[in-house]
Design a protein around this ligand. Sequence first.
Ligand code: NOJ
Length: 525
Amino acid sequence: MTDKTGWWRSAAIYQVYIRSFADGNGDGVGDLAGVRARLDHLADLGIDAIWFTPWYPSPMDDGGYDVADFRDIEPLFGTLAEAEALIAEAHAREIRVIIDIVPNHCSDEHRWFQAALEAGPGSPERQRFWFRPGRGPDGSEPPNNWKSRFGGSAWTRVPDGEWYLHLYSSRQPDFNWDNPEIRTEFEDVLRFWFDRGVDGFRIDVADGLVKDPHLPDVDDGDETPFSDQEGLHEIYRSWRKIADSYGGERVLVGEMWLADASRAARYLRRDELHSAFNFDFLVCPWDSARFRDVITRTLRAHDEVGAPAAWVLSNHDVTRHVTRYGRQEDTGFSFANRLHELPVDRELGTRRARAAALLTLALPGGLYVYQGEELGLWEVLDIPDELRQDPVWARTNGTDPGRDGCRVPIPWSGDEPPFGFGSGGAWLPQPAEWKAYTAEAEAADPASMLSLYREGLRLRRTLPAGELEWLSPGDGVLAFRTGPGFTFALNFSATPVPLPPGELLLASGPVDGELPTDTAVWLRS
Ligand code: NOJ
């Protein structure tokens, strides 16, 4: 490994959702053997690091975010020895490895939750979670009115009459971070994986670990008692000390959906997390002024604390952006309302996704690429109901289709499903049209999304790393420089505009003297 100082400040990090990436043993589910066999795809793409979504033993109620044991590998995915081999093989290709840690909750099958159920009310075992008596004369109503983010109440009752808190599915009990045992446990888990060579952690629900111990009722939409509580900073300071005690710049990346960029930036002070995902950028509607505003606010908030921004267009929780950008009415994303009934113009979405890719790759800071985004995959909207697995689907009684549509297994090669995903089918059905979107087909086509990402990631390394300076070439055109000799421009307006001056380095679509609608260019100027 090269020890490039501050590697994480500008890293391009590729998100692998293991069960949908590549299947090495033919059981229809992606695994570590599959990833190991496909590492060259990632090396050829030109990314700096991989982020693996949870690989721990799990009943898979929430795709692995329901962890039964934080110190082992899910048998469907492989073994600890294979994980260690994978880390070494990635490192040999100069690719760093970040893994997910899920400190807000565990699986109901975790030994601590099982012990808590058995030990009963008032026991130290129950103190590791949020067990409370119910309200109402017979305690048959939940202790407060908090809602699960997956729908329904955030509380479930156990046979002895107590209730436990779960901000997600009822199979994901929340840990009580006021209990020092939880703190010690997770510090030890961090060391366990750092000792095995991982380069960092993506922290799930990073804003949610600490709860207001009074567990007050909330008004609809108010997350104050369970998000962005002051006590979190102390936890991350202790985690940062652990990360810094290892060599090679191990990093901590927070998953935080905070509305206020300055509040989010407080977690990125020098002795806390290294970076956090920028979800304002992800949800930004297709509009030049809105993008300019989000980018400006993000950079300003990050500058205040000396942290790099981390740009994201898609992940395993949101509608794929080809589909989002293909919806004329609203390209935004809402967790509760997935806008799945709006018509989608995929050609439009793809054109915009290509332009958005060049924007993301040109911005100062780091970025994430969600598996399949580099192939231009779209949200699969017609998954048969009986195959849906996301708990969101069941907990909302089908009003929200959930996130399965962005988790469909990746097409690698060939003309028919499972398109080289593995020899034993795929756990969610792939569209027949993905024949033209396999990694193999796209590698052979210079006009493909894959070729654009490869070229963009390669050229990005040569761009000047200066401060962003806005240009104003006209209404509806987003343009900036990031140092001497480099200009970016994206035309959001409905008509072509003159190309800014400079030599064309890369374009997201055909340009012929003019910059067409929904097209982005990189220029040497
Ligand atoms: C965020 C993860 O990205 C998502 O997939 C998961 O369901 C929730 N956190 C709960 O762990």
